[in-house]
Design a protein around this ligand. Sequence first.
Ligand code: FAD
Ligand code: NAI
Length: 464
Amino acid sequence: MASESFDLVVIGGGPGGYVAAIRAAQLGQTVALIEKRSALGGTCLNVGCIPSKALLQSSHHYEAARHEFAQHGIKVGSVELDLAALMARKDKVVGELTKGIDGLMKKNKIVRKQGAGRIAGLGKVAVGDEVLNAKAILIATGSEVTPLQGVTIDEKQIVSSTGALALSRVPKCLAVIGAGVIGLELGSVWRRLGSQVTVVEFLDRILPPFDAEIAKQAERLLARQGLAFKLGLKVTAAKAAKGAVALTLEPVAGGAAQTLEAEIVLVAIGRKPYVEGLGLETAGVKLTPKGFVEVDRHFCTSQPGIYAIGDVIGGAMLAHKAEDEGVAVAEILAGKPGHVNYDAIPNVVYTSPEIASVGLNEEQVKAKGIAYKTGKFPFAANGRARANAETDGFVKILADARTDKVLGVHILGPSAGDLISEAVLAMEFGASAEDIARTCHAHPALGEALKEAALAADGRVLHL
Ligand code: FAD
Ligand code: NAI
């Protein structure tokens, strides 16, 4: 069989890989996309962003119907959970979106190859019995769950996020290892659906990369909702028996070990790069000490002609960061100045309320020795938040004390994940807090809290 030739062969059909393929095709390149799953969309669409948000939304409605409708004067009879229907809706959403990506591939004349891709020499990628010739190869193979020593994931009693997205019944008790994004989002889902959820965290705080003040307040709110936090403890062993798992928790600061029993345990201590079977060693592609594919500013690996993007190169392991890198690398390959501004990548946790941030947090500003000012505004003083009965949380803006340039924006509150876009755009344009403060915001809108926080940075807050 004559082997096919392409300008670009992408390995991995997640948000990094499929977006790179689309942008390259838009720029006139011939592109093949190799994905080993039957569905495109990668971790994000199949077992990540989308199914988790579908479950968060459904569980939010369940909680609202049981506990929040009454304050709006809405009486409902007994509220019942149909977990099978809830899961079926999630699967339907995933199915529709992944099929949508198939359509995008067709529209852009991208040749889809199903199977595991392996670099088979300079400009060659093997998939099944075929070898494709490639002017450029793009590695976009993503990440996988970080395992925890002494705790074996069986996706039944001890699950990763993938198992936790598909439990067939609501566990009485769920222990979550890791108070990061997955722990808090999926912990919230199962708590809302009726589990007693205990989150065990190694550090003495939750959500390590987020602003400490925001994380502390989020911890209080989530604890008030019923999530139990056990901080400063490391899980060293898990013993699974029929119907229960016993976890051994050792205080990080030393002292006697404790035991925590749960019906289901979710391991969520981070993700690591996935490069299995790619043949990187033979191809001479270097990895960093942590196992990520090493790239330069143009996403080129140690081997000319081989590029990498997304979770597999590290940095923020986020779908939108992978997508932006996909666009940038395709543009670079087409001779354009593709670029990603890593200082303005938003980070959102879809708990209730949501948590969103962009730029530096207060600890980072201090560590850099930058003279700064802070502006804060609580949602309790925002008219729309009060009308919506969603008054928890606040907006915090950090601005350079000398130049007023926005250094970071942190939001804990309703729709924080959408509100942060304004702050991202402001930072992308190098805006000052004054720029945000002088921008007309619709009333009544949650976004007015951002404007008020910007005013507060200059001591001119209006509604407080
Ligand atoms: P991936 O999406 O992991 O895609 C890589 C693809 O490559 C996979 O489909 C894999 O099958 C394929 N592959 C691997 N090796 C080969 C090979 N040799 N040949 C062929 N194919 C191969 N991020 C957000 O921004 N927002 C969120 O709300 C969010 N929620 C998440 C929730 C969960 C539970 C999880 C686990 C992650 C979440 N993420 C979220 C992170 C997000 O999913 C990742 O950052 C994103 O998917 C990374 O994209 P990628 O293209 O680099 O890799
Ligand atoms: P994470 O890095 O967000 O959090 C892991 C947590 O586990 C940290 O708080 C860490 O201190 C803790 N930890 C580490 N080892 C531990 C141990 N032995 N015992 C107890 N705690 C321990 O990782 P997580 O939640 O697994 O998510 C993985 C990735 O997926 C994240 O990097 C995130 O970017 C992405 N993601 C993004 C989402 C979003 O954008 N909304 C949603 C879910 C995941």
